[in-house]
Write a protein that binds this ligand. Structure first.
Ligand SMILES: [Cu+2]
Length: 121
């Protein structure tokens, strides 16, 4: 009896884990994003832009977005807020454009556009 009960419990736990796993198991959450070695750090001429990022749904998503942005040549740093659905990017406008950043994040799985109504950052 005890063994049978354990087996059933084990099956229930396994099923629960599988259900939870299916819920959060989007690619962004399981695919490790390798950071490019020797990421470029630019000096001077920095500007900041805000990107509106859709589709972030777990704690890993903003990290994926940040790493995606910081891999771009010309991006100094990126702060990503999952709560706000925004990315705040410091960048060198001579090396990279906001549209290029938005495309990179969109290609990573998060539909992104450049915020046009944000002034005075
Ligand atoms: Cu995620």
């Amino acid at each position: 009896m005890k063994l049978a009960a354990k087996t059933i419990l084990g099956a229930v736990i396994t099923a629960s884990v599988a259900i939870v796993g299916a819920r959060v198991g989007r690619e962004c959450c399981v695919t490790p994003v390798a950071r490019a070695d020797g990421a470029q750090r630019v000096k001077g001429n920095a500007q900041q832009i805000v990107l509106i990022v859709e589709g972030m749904h777990c704690a890993t998503c903003p990290i994926t977005v940040r790493v995606t942005l910081e891999r771009l040549d010309g991006v100094k740093s990126a702060k990503v807020s999952m709560k706000e659905g925004k990315a705040f990017v410091d960048y060198d406008p001579t090396k990279v454009t906001p549209d290029r950043m938005a495309k990179a994040v969109t290609d990573a799985g998060y539909p992104t556009k450049v915020a046009t109504d944000v002034k005075g950052l």
